[in-house]
Design a binder for this molecule. Structure first.
Ligand code: NAD
Length: 378
């Protein structure tokens, strides 16, 4: 009897889930059409005001129907992420008169990504990779934009080879450090120059909501179309100086990646039973392991380049190491009150941002738990 009731309810739930899938398919068809229309008339993929308005309306509706507004917002955000990715096959061309775009290192991970983005925006694109320098004269001839996307350690040498570009040509790079490449580009080329740093890896499916840092070099009005193009692709463009960028990257990249590296080195030496740690883990520990572990699934040379090429990186890491020792002394001395005092001091420094972090991380932790498949023995 009880089994029958359960079975009937489950059939109804299955039916509703199936309707949800049909609705998602119908929505996806519409968002594809929106994407096509936007690329024809030149509207950006990501429009913050439209997204905010859509979420607000559905949150209100959820409230009226006594469904959790947060649940509805979560679902819609995930659905919208999917639609940014399926919408973005073709893009408006910000400068249809631009002529040839050359990506130096265009066979690489990030270079290949930009080749595809320019092609999908209607530009004529050519690649100059490491074995192509014999034909460099022809490839670079008449280029309107040369984008350097080679490993950090080769960037300066490659830039020094670009001294004979047409004067109207924009020389740009996507290197993860900015001061040295920008200075070299300004030295070697008298035309428009700009340093870019895409704050994402090449595996993303859409640039919507991603950040691209722009460091002004020379003749900003001449490379404006390139910055506009990046915005059309959906990215948030952030202007700063090369030095300010590099100083920030000492924290954002050097400290981040080096901490993960040390964490990994420590784990490997301590050699705990990883399966046991994962089995006993809390969501936050799984997230932590995921952040550390993902580093070691990637290219060690890229991360070595990032850590070793930031001119403020080493000193920052040294101070980090000193602070670790200072904090360790609190534990060594059994100074619990000292620890609590420090805790308050740091929380004060973070201010309201600490509470924002608590809220944001709560979502990530729940997601980390949702994605887990457990053998509960039932
Ligand atoms: P990659 O190794 O995948 O690609 C580099 C490409 O440059 C390769 O095709 C290589 O053959 C080519 N190359 C090497 N020497 C060359 C030369 N002398 N002339 C022409 N081509 C040459 O590296 P990547 O990950 O694409 O990184 C490229 C740049 O993008 C780096 O400066 C990096 O800092 C920056 N970047 C990378 C990421 C990322 O996540 N991969 C993110 C932001 C910025």
């Amino acid at each position: 009897m009880a089994d029958n009731i359960l079975q009937t309810l489950r059939v109804q739930i299955d039916d509703i889930d199936s309707q949800l899938v049909d609705l998602l398919a119908a929505r996806s068809q519409l968002t594809k059409q929106v994407g096509e229309y936007k690329s024809q008339v030149g509207l950006p993929i990501y429009v913050p005001s439209r997204e905010a308005e859509l979420l607000e309306k559905r949150r209100q509706q959820a409230q009226e129907k006594e469904v959790s507004p947060n649940l509805v917002e979560d679902i819609l955000r995930r659905v919208m992420r999917e639609s940014y990715q399926t919408q973005s096959h073709q893009y408006l061309c910000a400068n249809s008169e631009a002529g040839k775009v050359v990506v130096v290192g265009g066979k690489g991970a990030l270079g290949g990504f930009f080749v595809s983005m320019f092609e999908r925006s209607g530009y004529q694109v050519e690649v100059l990779d490491k074995d192509d320098w014999e034909s460099a004269g022809n490839v670079l001839n008449n280029a309107s934009l040369v984008l350097v996307s080679v490993p950090i350690r080769f960037t300066q040498t490659v830039i020094s080879e670009l001294s004979r570009l047409p004067p109207y040509c924009i020389l740009a790079d996507v290197t993860s450090v900015k001061s040295a490449p920008l200075a070299s580009m300004l030295e070697v080329h008298q035309g428009p120059v700009v340093g870019l740093h895409p704050m994402f890896g090449p595996n993303i499916k859409s640039m919507a909501k991603q950040v691209v840092v722009v460091c002004e070099g020379r003749k900003a009005e001449d490379y404006k179309w390139l910055v506009d193009q990046i915005a059309i692709w959906g990215a948030a463009v952030y202007h700063t100086t090369a030095q300010q960028h590099d100083d920030a990257m000492a924290f954002i990249q050097v400290m981040r990646h080096f901490s993960s590296f040390v964490y990994g080195a420590h784990l490997a030496k301590e050699n705990p039973d990883l399966d046991l740690l994962i089995a006993l883990s809390s969501p936050i520990y799984r997230l932590e392991l995921a952040m550390v572990g993902r580093l070691f699934a990637q290219d060690p040379v890229l991360y070595a380049d990032i850590i070793f090429s930031n001119n403020k990186g080493f000193e920052l890491l040294q101070r980090f190491s000193t602070r670790l020792q200072e904090c360790l002394t609190l534990v060594e001395n059994g100074d619990k009150q000292g620890f609590i005092d420090q805790f308050h001091h740091i929380a004060d420094w973070l201010g309201d941002y600490a509470n924002e972090c608590l809220k944001d991380s709560e979502k990530l932790l729940q997601k980390a738990n949702d994605d887990r498949t457990l053998n509960t023995g039932i």
